[in-house]
Design a protein around this ligand. Structure first.
Ligand SMILES: C[S@@+](CC[C@H](N)C(=O)[O-])C[C@H]1O[C@@H](n2cnc3c(N)ncnc32)[C@H](O)[C@@H]1O
Length: 311
């Protein structure tokens, strides 16, 4: 099989992966927010006696269908990460890259840890993913970005497909001439992209699911067709979906049964996956994500495209 999904602790699983066998790694570990990360899913059915008003002003009845959650509290976060990151370094091919997705709370400590593992000269970028969603505290600047640290194993020889990266519109196209304006420009290290739309088809209902657009841009730039991509904090399997869209192979690992259920539904109909330690069958029969909506929808959120230069 081209692709594999493992149910289990990622440290033990990583120890079974061959050295230098993976072309690219993306990970999005729990951010150590000190909370239980959870989402409640609801099913909505149109009904005159419904408890909420929805699409086109119709009344809808909502039923709670479940909660998905994982713990995001660590006594010693760096001690949890370090052995896993050392394994990541070992399994990464000499031309490979690691994308490490985190937020403002832990990014500085993680940078120091990754510098120690990869070497400071192997730090390529800090990508800022900026979004605009959710509440705005009034006593500080509302934090509305994530940090993605990018490391390569060899700063003189790594995959970076500049020509494959989807170009974005110039902010002032009138200044660059029609030809350049039509071609667009390469994105910088600051990416404007919405969170996963709360009621779009992409939404799986898994807490902290990352947008497919972000993963596709990363994988397109830093791997080649048929390369092997690893995500050992897989969650809802966004990395796997991006790989399927772009013709890459993948290994995904997660230790949360609810993540496995979500991935089973998300990859229903994809036969080229070996499931290790988990039977996806019961969750794939008649699976449909389309009827699940988040209960935490933000009506102010406006969908935007990658590269949208708007605050
Ligand atoms: C932030 S979520 C990843 C979300 C994912 N990027 C997505 O788009 O859905 C982090 C995931 O790491 C998993 N995780 C935490 N500790 C783990 C461990 N020791 N082994 C495997 N998975 C773990 C959690 O179950 C959770 O699904």
């Amino acid at each position: 099989m081209a692709n594999r999904i493992y149910f289990g602790d990622n440290l033990a699983t990583l120890r079974g992966v061959d050295s230098s066998s993976v072309d690219m790694i993306y990970i999005d570990p729990p951010f150590n927010t000190g909370k239980l990360q959870g989402r409640t899913q609801i099913r909505t059915v149109r009904s005159e006696a419904g408890d909420r008003t929805g699409f086109q002003g119709y009344r809808y009845e909502t039923t709670k269908v479940g909660t998905r959650a994982f713990s995001d509290f660590f006594d010693d976060y760096l001690s949890f990460l370090e052995p896993r990151l050392r394994e990541a370094y070992r399994v990464l091919a000499p031309h490979g890259s690691l994308y490490f997705h985190i937020d403002y709370r832990e990014v500085h400590y993680c940078k120091i840890l990754l510098d120690d593992i990869f070497g400071r000269d192997c730090f390529l970028n800090e990508v800022i993913w900026a979004y605009d969603y959710g509440g705005r505290p009034r006593k500080r600047w509302p934090p509305k970005h994530d940090n993605i640290l990018v490391y390569v194993k060899d700063p003189d020889n790594y995959t970076f497909n500049e020509d494959e990266i989807e170009r974005i519109p110039y902010m002032a196209p009138g200044l660059v001439g029609p030809e350049k304006a039509a071609r667009g420009k390469l994105p910088t290290d600051t990416w404007w992209h919405t969170i996963v739309p709360t009621n779009g088809r992409e939404k799986t209902g898994y807490p902290t699911q990352k947008p497919l657009g972000i993963l596709k841009r990363i994988i397109q730039a830093s791997s080649n067709p048929s390369d092997l991509v690893l995500d050992f904090f897989a969650g809802s399997g966004t990395t796997g979906e991006a790989c399927l869209a772009l013709g890459r192979r993948f290994i995904l690992i997660d230790n949360n049964p609810q993540a496995m259920e979500v991935m089973a539904r998300r990859f229903a109909g994809v036969s080229d996956i070996e499931w290790v330690g988990f039977d996806p069958g019961p969750f794939q029969a008649g699976a449909s994500q389309a009827s699940l909506f988040e209960s935490t929808g933000d009506p102010d959120m406006v969908p935007a495209k990658l590269g949208d230069p708007r605050p």
